[in-house]
Design a protein around this ligand. Structure first.
Ligand code: 5AD
Ligand code: SF4
Length: 447
């Protein structure tokens, strides 16, 4: 009889969590598990959760409760919960989903095979929530079970040392820990040699990465030069940590994409100060101008958070204005959600849910208007696109160096490069056609 245990991994949340899901599948495969693409009939189901907003927590807990129905077919099924909710709200998981057999924290990934073994043998819920920081926790360079064969994430750091007053990440993911440069470069080379075309260096605050005298700007240059990967990106940049060195590296290294995700959160200096962001609206705008000067045509995206306690109409109008002034090509927009373990959770909310929803709606409208205006400049122009996969409704989905998705009617090979002429736009996604069948050279254009 085959004793192989099967496992299925479900991931919510940010790119860091998605990468953690890939790392977990490597670890489980290495420990002899069969990784199943569905939860049906599995021995273990692992859910990696996100706690950044209450909505995300409710969604994950709902899914976990729904998974319990698989226990009817297999009473020995182990449901394991990891990620940011596990780290910050273990008691809530136990209360709402007492059938969960293992709750493991964000610094416990590398112990998962042993933890599963322990939980399978136990009648009690196993809790493993230490925030220990042993070096093997950062993981060795590998291709592993990455979900995508064209684009890869490389985690360069974990955790966050900032203290943004609304944010649960520092308590969910602990302090900053940096992977050694040598390992990061090695991983980038392995991926480039294996045919990957795009790498995104990820970290909650990537620009804070350092190793002795080496800073993130130098790391970025070395990865760009030594891997030769055609498209190199990085997220997420905190405005206060984005140095001129990084801007210079972006301008000088041809394969670093002229695109930046730079969370602003609010256009009001007063609110930024209450959020503990460490920059004023004016400083943010000056940084944007420096970027635009060094990288004309750079695509800027951001995160915006509305309804922070004390946010007035005037504060909010400053956020709306900033969308145009920057201007942003796109933005993730959020409604403030109080989180336990954050300093802002002690502030009383000053806005009703309806007011927050109304602000969010008008912000989304403004972001879309500005995105569309930005995209109009791209209409009729040609760009080099990397084909990332099939588009949902036929044709192919590509990505420009600017980060814009582009849909073309042709069915093209995943990982190929094509010149595409933009013939239709929306607020973010573009549509285009491939004028000739000649494949483009690897992207080098900085537009
Ligand atoms: N409520 C709403 N949005 C939040 N974010 C972080 N914390 C909260 C919160 N408590 C948003 C920020 C951040 C993005 C990842 O999520 O905009 O940049
Ligand atoms: Fe969610 Fe933040 Fe955790 Fe990522 S780090 S999973 S965004 S709470």
């Amino acid at each position: 009889m085959d004793n192989t245990l099967s496992a299925h991994i479900i991931t919510y949340g940010c790119q860091m969590n998605k990468r953690d899901g890939e790392i977990l599948s490597d670890l489980l495969a290495g420990a002899g598990f069969y990784l199943s693409p569905t939860p049906q009939g599995c021995d273990v189901i692992v859910v990696l959760t996100c706690a950044v907003r209450e909505h995300a927590v409710v969604r994950a807990l709902g899914r976990i409760k729904d998974l319990s129905r698989h226990r009817r077919d297999n009473p020995n099924l182990l449901i394991a919960v990891g990620g940011c909710v596990a780290q910050t709200e273990a008691e809530r998981i136990q209360e709402e989903a007492p059938f969960v057999g293992l709750i493991f924290g964000t610094s416990q990934l590398h112990h998962l095979p042993q933890l599963i073994e322990k939980a399978l043998a136990s009648t009690q819920t196993v809790l493993s929530l230490d925030t220990e920081t042993s070096p093997d926790y950062l993981f060795a360079p590998t291709i592993g079970n990455r979900k995508n064969t064209v684009s890869a994430f490389i985690a360069v750091m974990r955790g966050c040392n900032n203290k943004c007053s609304y944010c649960i990440v520092p308590s969910a993911r602990g302090p900053e820990r940096y992977r050694p440069a040598e390992e990061i470069i090695e991983e980038a080379k392995i991926l480039a040699d294996a045919g990957y075309q795009q790498i995104t260096l990820i970290g909650q605050n990537v620009n804070a990465w350092r190793e002795d005298a080496m800073d993130f700007a130098e790391l970025l240059r070395r990865v760009a030069q030594k891997s030769g990967i055609p498209h190199l990106r990085f997220v997420t940049s905190h405005p206060k940590n984005l140095s001129d060195g990084v801007i210079k590296a972006m301008a000088e290294e041809e394969n670093i994409c002229p695109a930046l995700h730079l969370p602003l959160q609010s256009g009001s200096t007063r609110v930024l100060s209450a959020m503990g962001r460490g920059y004023t609206a004016e400083e943010y705008l000056r940084l944007v101008r420096r970027l635009q000067k060094a990288l004309p045509g750079i695509a800027l995206t951001t995160d915006l958070l509305v309804g922070f306690p004390g946010e007035t109409e005037d504060d909010f109008s400053r956020t709306l204005r900033m969308v145009e002034e920057a201007p942003f090509d796109s933005a993730f927009t959020f409604k403030y959600s109080p989180r336990k373990h954050t300093s802002a959770s002690e502030l009383s909310e000053t806005l009703t849910e309806e007011e927050k929803v109304a602000r969010l709606q008008s912000l989304i409208t403004r972001v879309q208007e500005v995105g569309r205006i930005q995209n109009r400049k791209r209409l009729g122009k040609s760009f080099t696109a990397l084909i990332e996969g099939p588009a949902k409704r036929g044709g192919s989905l590509g990505r420009l160096a600017s980060g814009h998705p582009i849909i073309v009617p042709e069915e093209l090979a995943v990982g190929s490069w094509v010149e595409v002429e933009v013939n239709d736009i929306s607020a973010w996604t573009l549509r285009g056609r491939v004028p000739s069948s000649a494949p483009a050279k690897k992207a080098t254009s900085k537009i």
